[in-house]
Ligand binder design. Structure first.
Ligand code: CMC
Length: 428
């Protein structure tokens, strides 16, 4: 008997099965042979939230949640945040290697020259109510891009795929900034091709009457680092959505729109927005212990705390916590920082959080920086999505190229009524 197997005895029948273990996993389909009779469908796994199911093989991002390790294509995120730019990281995620100087120059040129959006998209944005949430605008306009690039349906065509990848990375900040400008009734500030990727985004966000917007170098770099830290996180809810929609061979615009919708939820990318609302609600350092007690009593969750994968300090939170001080040198200190630091201290000393291994996650400090940089809370999930787009695309591409993959179509355990007859409405 091979050592790389699992022996299972079905106590219903007394039969024994030997299932292969490959890369630490048992194939769910191998369970199908375990039946009580010929017309039995066979054993399935039950895994709500896919907490213990590997749905793909991936070479993109590695996380060791116990040790607090995050690597993109083998490179520690700390080193990338210090030594690379967001566009280098996007290339790395998509192509597997860091770009050479010539590759980066070509890539930067391509992205920079696809930042403009069709004028009709602006009209589309204009149609939203004056107070529309920018994330709602983003989700809709990213999907709408699909109608402008019908060739994007050719998901198996490598050239068409590359063109949509460039467009999505390039146009995302434009849509994000325009969504914001619309929500505050401001004119749309055009992309400035002479600026860096993050610098141009800040230009589109903040330019008013100045002929040329000059981003502050510290804030420009902080923006870039925040994007790097959000660029990928393996099979999270939004990435899984991207892969799932992509598995039906839908085009990447509608798939990315679906991924952004998944990110919008308060348990995922919407958490940074909730963190700020929470810190505002606490209002003062003195009220932290009472707030923590209420979270422990199950009244609500501490937003920005806990993670499905990390059972240690989220490495991204550590980098952002440090970055906050650089940003505050320029913007002035955010008063919410003291409340956040106290909340972290109280929670990390509390048995409830310690025993459940609940540590600050990426969203805990990012919102404080965003707020200091002038972003309204409604823009926080939009910024998260802007950073995550290369990750979504890298996974989408990997999925399309993976011969093992098929359209996602899980099983269910049916709990509804057995067959019954329809009673005419008069008799019900
Ligand atoms: N505050 C208080 N208790 C918590 C929290 C929290 N933030 N998170 C988990 N718990 C408790 C939970 O009540 C449960 O306790 P018990 O065992 O007594 O029932 C235990 O910890 C395990 O929780 P879980 O729901 O089984 O854990 P999960 O892995 O399913 O949830 C999570 C992960 C991120 C959804 C959750 O920790 C949470 O809701 N956090 C707050 C929202 C948040 O910050 N989300 C951002 C995640 S990071 C950004 C991203 O990648 O999207």
């Amino acid at each position: 008997m091979s050592a790389e197997t699992l022996t299972v005895t079905d106590n219903r029948t007394g039969r024994t099965y030997e299932l292969p273990i490959v890369d630490g996993a048992v194939e769910a389909m191998a369970l199908r042979q375990i039946r009580t009779s010929d017309d039995d469908f066979g054993l399935v796994t039950y895994d709500p939230g896919l907490k213990n199911t590997a749905s793909c093989r991936s070479a993109i991002t590695y996380i060791d949640g116990e040790a607090g390790i995050l690597r993109y294509r083998g490179y520690p995120v700390e080193q990338l945040a210090e030594r690379a730019s967001f566009l280098e990281v996007a290339w790395l995620l998509l192509k597997g290697e860091l770009p050479t100087r010539a590759e980066l120059d070509g890539w930067t040129h391509e992205i920079t020259h696809h930042t403009f959006i069709h004028e009709n998209v602006k009209k589309f944005i204009d149609g939203f109510r004056y107070d529309a949430h920018p994330m709602g605008i983003l989700v809709s306009t990213v999907a709408a891009l699909s109608t402008f690039y019908p060739e994007s349906k050719g998901v198996r065509d490598a050239d068409a795929r590359e063109a949509q990848i460039v467009r999505l990375i390039a146009k995302f900040p434009t849509l994000a900034a325009y969504a914001y400008r619309h929500s505050v009734g401001m004119f749309f500030a055009r992309p400035d091709n002479s600026l860096s990727f993050p610098g141009n985004f800040l230009n589109m966000m903040w330019r008013t009457t100045e002929p040329r917007y000059e981003p502050h170098p510290v804030l420009e770099r902080a923006m870039d680092v925040l994007l790097i830290l959000h660029a990928d996180h393996e099979q999270n809810c939004s990435t899984t959505t991207m892969r799932t929609i992509g598995s039906s061979q839908a085009d990447p615009y509608v798939a990315a729109s679906g991924a952004a919708a998944a990110l919008y939820g308060p348990l995922h990318g919407g958490a940074n927005e909730q963190v700020l609302r929470m810190l505002d609600e606490i209002g003062d350092v003195s009220r932290v212990p009472d707030y923590v007690a209420r979270a422990k009593a199950g009244e609500f969750r501490l937003m920005g705390f806990g993670h499905r994968v990390y059972r240690n300090y989220d490495p991204r939170a550590r980098i952002i916590r440090k970055l906050a001080y650089d940003v505050f040198e320029v913007t002035g200190r955010n008063r919410l920082l003291d409340i956040a630091l106290e909340l972290e201290k109280v929670a990390l000393e509390d048995e409830y959080f310690v025993s459940r291994k609940l540590y600050p996650n990426v969203d805990f400090y990012s919102g404080i920086i965003y707020q200091a940089m002038g972003f309204p809370v409604s823009m926080f999930p939009v910024l998260f999505a802007m950073g995550r787009i290369p990750g979504w695309l890298a996974h989408w591409q990997e999925n399309v190229d993976d011969a093992d993959q098929a359209i996602v179509r899980p099983r269910q355990l049916f709990t509804g009524p057995v067959e019954r007859d329809v009673v005419p409405i008069e008799a019900r």
